[in-house]
Write a protein that binds this ligand. Sequence first.
Ligand code: NAD
Length: 429
Amino acid sequence: MKISIIGSGYVGLTTGACFADIGHEVICIDNDSNKIKSLLAGNIPIYEPGLEELVKKNVKKGTLHFTESIEEGVEKSLVIFIAVPTPPLEDGSVDMTYIEKVARQIAAVLKDYRVIVDKSTVPVKTGEKVYQTIKRYNSHKSEFDVVSNPEFLREGVAIHDLLHPDRVVIGATSERAIKIMKEVYAPFKAPILITDLNSAELIKHASNSFLALKISYINALSRICEAAGANVQMVAEGMGLDHRIGKHFLKAGIGWGGSCFPKDVAAFIKISQELGYDFKLLKEVSQINNDQKEIFLRKIRNVLWVLKDKRIGLLGLAFKNNTDDVRSSVAMDLARVFLKEGAIVQAFDPKAMGKAKELLPSIHYCSSALEVAEEADCIVLATEWEEFINLDWKSMKSKMISPIIFDGRNLLDKKKMIEMGYHYVGVGN
Ligand code: NAD
């Protein structure tokens, strides 16, 4: 199958590499000329485990190509995926300018039948608008279909998620488009759910909001556990063993961040409001998340008292482990607060320091996790990188002014840390 993907970011590039790997002929398109130049030169602009190898392998095989030209992609491919950003606007609604622009760009060069597939996360009814826009601006009056195919990958394990999806959702009404989409996904051996366009679009926002809800639920429980002298990790384990609940997304911490949950929950609240439903439950999910960060900051201030001139060692900057993505990262939010209150922030992240530096140049970036402890008044662990578990915590302690650790991800063994002489502050334990 000949496929083009417009937008070669976290979703577009990983999807393109996986499609190429399972045997499709793929063109990845981006209007960021530096990104395309870098890809053509063999450099991968993002960190995603396994991606570099997969891209190189398929470029060599001749099944993965890069270009800035949408015209080339539309001309050479039967299926055109859209994977451009859908960032939030100030009021929580979605900035649809990227999608709208791409729809017009496709329309301008559309000459023969094509399947236009939206992979970006969009408000319900976007597919209808994309269809109308392409129809309006297509001077050749070519035939085409619009399909919704939401993406559920998790950064950090994106290749696994793309190659072994729990389900593939295809929102379409045209039999011709459905047949083609089934061929695209045939090699994946995943369950395929065919729905109408609107339902497919809703599935994505409904799923992400539900996952965010699950995390906020356990975070709310963490406060009850703290007040009652219980342990939220044990409570989560006991709940998660019930298969109706499941153990995933039940880790208490400093709240959800990243490029998806905050914007998708805000968007879903807004979409529901526009459709006449006040989604109070989701408003509370969002509020719990904001409070969770504040409560953690309060704990830090309670121990350190004044943050001004304190040296804070920050472990982790990415919004989660195994990625370099710092968009809406809670770790970055914490760093901003520390800096604003006059603290010195010395940070380390295995992969995200390059991207973090562009946003927060005033952090002192360390070359190792050990350096973070140097003369530190405390350490704040903000991203759940596995390598932080096995740090030489004894050496870390010997370098600190006072051995205080705020474990925002409940990553470390509280008992062991206390035995080692740390003042340990976790979340709900
Ligand atoms: P991203 O910012 O990493 O990538 C988007 C790319 O699109 C960028 O490289 C940008 O230069 C390019 N682009 C923008 N306008 C363009 C145009 N007119 N022509 C060509 N290229 C253009 O974003 P992302 O994280 O890959 O997310 C893309 C979409 O997928 C969003 O809607 C997001 O909500 C959704 N999504 C993201 C994830 C995730 O984990 N990142 C998971 C599921 C769904």
